[in-house]
Structure formats: structure tokens, C-alpha cells
Design a protein around this ligand. Structure first.
Ligand code: MTE
Length: 313
């Protein structure tokens, strides 16, 4: 993201017909969510099918990105900066079990919890979300997981908990670029304001396409924040901290003028090195317009009432 201008961003590409659907379709339901059945099973060998996944009303009625693309075009810098490499390098190296998540900081009930217990209190559900990378490509992905808010509530965040900080595993044996790519301040970190984390759209994914997350997608547990650029959706989480001050995050620390803390999808605020007005949906040729808050404005715009989104980008 930082080092190279993505090859996808070509000014010569033409504006597509307005083929996107209205954001009202977010809650429209529909068949898209279950269209994956035909391709399920193509997941890497380590993936296991997940039982008792409830249908949810959180779907977009848009064509799903293929399982092949979702799991072979990845950003996972702990393995490579090349998008086709995490699928080759992460499976086998990343050990998603046993896995614990430590929750600490400004909360009444801190603890270290086995990942399976971490999500057990909520029923697994499928959510079909748009996924918009800051590099101007996008996908539509059927995630499986649980809403983040109720999981966090169990740890009883206190009155000083204003933000939530997330951290990826730090282990160069499992994540080799943590030893070799020294320009990055490992471990990968991200953060949300507490009210963002509690928003019903914020999601903890443990699977996609009906199966457990493949390593390259952030096994065994990752964040999904669909109205923000994809880099906020931190993979392979081992620690969550309730904090009073805005926490440092990897991309913001590296290049604050390029990657803001909020990083809400916003077609009117360009990245200093490329436009954010359009995006290329993986699997499609023509670009499509990028939607404010990635099409989730009706749900999330209220979180930012009164804020200057040019300044707090
Ligand atoms: N989390 C970790 N730990 N390391 C990463 O390199 N990349 C981010 C985000 N989470 C990243 C990460 C970026 S830039 C994006 S766009 C998404 O993961 C990519 O998710 P995907 O590979 O499942 O599409």
C-alpha cells in the first residue's frame, strides 16, 4: 500500500455504467448470500465447514466475488506485499489452533479467552458485505462470524474506554515478514472508537463462504468493518485493549498523511497518490463509482455527525 502504486489504479480506465445498487439494498435480503453454495468446497484443504450458520439480513444484493479471488488476492503483509503470495505462504505456517485472544485495559472483566469460547456466546451468522481496499479495488464477501459489540460488552468496558485497540499475532516463526520487512512497526495494529466498535455492522469473522477462515484471510479471527477501508479489518487477532486515548495503528504510524485513523470509505477525499472516486470490483473489468461509507451511510453516517471528514479522514 505504501510502497507501490497499485496496478489497479489506471486513470485511463473508463467510468462504468452506474451498475451498483442503492444502499437501501443493504437490508434487502435476497439470494446472493447463499449463492456461494455452488463454489463452497474449493476452499484450501485446512478449511472446515461451519455448522449452524444463521441467515442474516445483512446482505447486499450484488454478485459475490468468487471464493478463488477472495482467497487468492489478499493483503497480508506478514507474508508478502504481493497479493497472490499469502495464499501460498500463510497456510501451514500460521497455526490457528490453539489460539487465544487477550482482552485487557479499561474494562471490568479482562481475560484471556480461547478463540472458540470468544465467539461461542453469539450464534454464528453470515453477512454479505462490500469490502473496499484503500488501493481502489473491492469485493463482495460472505463472511461468517458474530457481531463485535456483544462480544466486547461481555468484558464490561468502563467509562474510560473511549477506543478499542486490536493487535495481530507477533511471531516471526508463523509470520516471516515480521523478521524481514523491518520498515513496518509490527505487530499489525488497528483501532476503532468505542461507538464504532459497538455499531451493529462491526463484525468479527471466523469464516467465509461457509467455512473457517483460510490462513491468508486472517485465521482464526479477524475484524470486518465494511464502511471503512479494508486495512482497518485487522487479521489474526490476539489482543484487544480498551483504552482512553486514540491508539496507534500500523498504517497511520507509517504514513499519517496517507492513512487516517478513521479511514472511512469516502470518494470525495482522495489518497494523496490516487483518486478514491472509483473502484475496480475484482472479477470485473470496468470501474464503478465508490459509495460514501462504502454504501453503508444510512447506517453509520450518524457516528460522524459534526465531524469534518476531510480533516478526520
Ligand atoms: N491485517 C494484518 N494483520 N496484516 C495485513 O497486512 N492487510 C489489511 C487488512 N488486514 C492486513 C490486515 C488490508 S490492507 C486489507 S485490504 C485487508 O486486510 C485485506 O483482506 P483480504 O486479504 O481478506 O481481502
Amino acid at each position: 500500500m505504501l510502497i507501490r502504486r497499485p496496478p489497479d489504479v489506471r486513470p485511463s480506465e473508463i467510468t462504468p455504467q452506474s451498475s451498483y445498487l442503492s444502499r437501501r439494498n443493504l437490508l434487502a435480503g435476497g439470494a446472493a448470500a447463499f449463492a456461494w453454495a455452488a463454489t463452497a468446497g474449493a476452499n484450501p484443504a485446512s478449511a472446515e465447514s461451519l455448522d449452524k450458520v444463521a441467515k442474516s439480513s445483512f446482505v447486499v444484493d450484488e454478485k459475490l466475488t468468487s471464493l478463488e479471488d477472495v482467497t487468492h488476492y489478499n493483503n497480508f503483509y506478514e507474508y508478502s506485499i504481493d497479493k497472490d503470495q499469502p495464499a501460498r505462504l500463510a497456510p501451514g505456517r500460521l497455526k490457528p489452533r490453539p489460539w487465544t485472544v487477550k482482552v485487557e485495559g479499561e474494562c471490568g472483566k479482562p481475560g484471556v479467552v480461547d478463540v472458540d469460547d470468544f465467539v461461542r456466546h453469539s450464534a454464528l451468522e453470515e453477512r454479505v458485505y462490500r469490502h473496499r481496499c484503500v488501493e481502489a479495488w473491492s469485493m463482495v464477501i460472505p463472511w461468517v462470524g458474530v457481531p463485535l459489540g456483544p462480544v466486547l460488552q461481555r468484558f464490561e468496558p468502563g467509562s474510560k474506554a473511549k477506543y478499542v485497540a486490536f493487535q495481530t499475532l507477533l511471531d516471526a516463526e508463523q509470520m516471516p515478514e515480521q523478521r524481514t520487512s523491518l520498515i513496518y512497526p509490527w505487530p499489525y495494529t488497528e483501532g476503532l472508537r468505542l461507538d464504532e466498535a459497538m455499531h451493529p455492522l462491526a463484525f468479527l469473522a471466523v469464516g467465509l463462504y461457509g467455512e473457517t477462515l483460510p490462513a491468508q484471510s486472517g485465521a482464526p479471527i479477524r475484524l470486518v468493518v465494511p464502511w471503512k477501508y479494508g486495512f482497518k479489518s485487522i487479521k489474526s487477532i490476539v489482543a484487544i485493549r480498551f483504552v482512553e486515548q486514540q491508539p496507534p495503528t500500523l498504517w497511520n504510524a507509517l504514513a499519517p498523511s496517507e492513512y487516517g485513523f478513521y479511514s472511512n470509505v469516502n470518494p470525495t477525499v482522495d489518497h494523496p497518490r490516487w483518486s478514491q472516486a472509483k473502484e475496480r470490483r475484482i472479477g470485473e473489468f470496468l470501474k464503478r463509482p465508490t459509495l460514501m461509507f462504502n454504501g453503508y451511510g444510512e447506517q453509520v453516517a450518524g457516528l460522524y455527525a459534526g465531524m469534518d471528514l476531510n480533516r478526520d479522514f
